[in-house]
Ligand binder design. Sequence first.
Ligand code: NAD
Length: 506
Amino acid sequence: MTERSTRRLASLKSFALDAGLGSHVGGGLVAGRGETVELVDPCDGETWTIYPDAGEAVVDQAMQAASGALTTWQALTASARGRLVWQVGQKVRERLDDLAQLETLTTGKPIRDTRAEVLKVAEMFEYYAGWCDKLHGQVIPVPTSHLNYTRREPLGVVVQITPWNAPIFTAGWQIAPAIAAGNAVVIKPSELTPASTLALARLAEEAGLPKGLVNVLAGLGQTTGEAAVTHAETRLVVFVGSPRTGALIAAAAARNTVPTILELGGKSANIVFADADLDRAALGAQAAIWSGAGQSCVAGSRLVVDRRVQEQLLDRLATAAGRLVVGAPEDEATAIGPILCERQWRTVDGMVEAARQAGARVRAGGGRPAHLAERGCYFAPTLIDEVRPDMAIARDEVFGPVLTVLPFDDEEEAIAIANGTRFGLAGAVWTQDVGRAHRVAAAVRAGTFWVNGYKTISVMSPFGGFGASGHGRSSGEEALLAYTQTKSVWIETAAEPPAGFGYGGD
Ligand code: NAD
């Protein structure tokens, strides 16, 4: 047994997950009944566990558990619910290091990243805890003798489907607003990374949430995921993942008139003008694309750079690409871990190779780092220039550490390049001209935009996509409202009944 597998086993054990992975339903572990899912460590290729796909019967059990827990949850006062949601945040803080270790050992994400992500999960529960007793409607001055007011009511059981790149972060991101708004949750993390979401659901119950309020399905998309999306109890589907799967899920949900929120992929533009502080812009560009090995929905994968400073900026980036520490995720010094699975590694490699064939130049990286050539899904930080905007590498999401360079001559061209894809998730501009910063921020079609920075997000601020990057918002007040439906209540206050059929006012 390798040191890594010994540590992984201990970590799983500390969350009582050593008996094998299954689904967390109604407060207990339920074994799946479907085909076998194999989990392979991206650092060394070792198969570290297998578990059966949950399947339809387990989905049904989870939906019933969630429906049952709704009654208990909604019977509490809003303040009592808020106190419990706050406690979940405290539990996450208490076990921060353990959760970060678990995430690192089961996904291959560097420990310095997982620690920051788990801390954000605590903040998510704390933020939404405060909202529980502030989620109220309005009194509307209607032109009749009525008192009219609105109520923000929960939807019921919501289904959440999440991807593999930031499992515990995405789970907290969606579970916290859903339960704060009074809903129950059935969440299906990626079949490749269920462990940290299972651990989070357990901690949430230890913190005092009713059993069954948060259920986790361990299983595959086309079986377990689809059964949850199309289940009769489902009132909302929130999907975080690829545009292709998002479209399939939205269509399946629509057949039952169930709404969806879609958080999809991106091909975000990081625009650097000649007047920018180039040292800071270079650091920002590295973080934008190479952190998380590029497996980030908001990755700044297109560097849109003023031709006058292109060479200066690329020199800095090529040097940095050679210096960044790529390696074992549990090492504190590691900046870039492996790609999560061999299949994704091959996708990234194939896209870089296709760009090369199409005439682009790989200026740094472009395959396995030399010192890690023997095993593991490592991919060197990669910089590609001499790219034409019509090449696949300039248009399609790579979801790997690959930065594509597109030069421009003026502001108009920079904006046209930034808006030249079907995506619209995020973007940034680097400039010292304040007027230009605001003009570009307004003109780029993206749900999140940074000026002289990249990747900062907070649960307090709305997050989501334009265009093919999805619709609806996660985080902030908007996410909370998205997990509710509005009821309008009319109360007749007239002393005498209205004449004729005048109840409607008009
Ligand atoms: P994916 O679309 O392959 O899978 C996402 C989830 O959907 C998984 O849990 C999977 O099991 C499930 N799924 C697959 N087919 C399904 C079906 N037919 N019915 C129900 N569920 C199904 O995505 P991925 O490869 O896991 O993640 C990478 C993608 O996620 C990238 O495109 C990335 O940009 C995107 N992403 C977006 C955000 C965001 O907030 N916008 C955040 C992280 C990742």
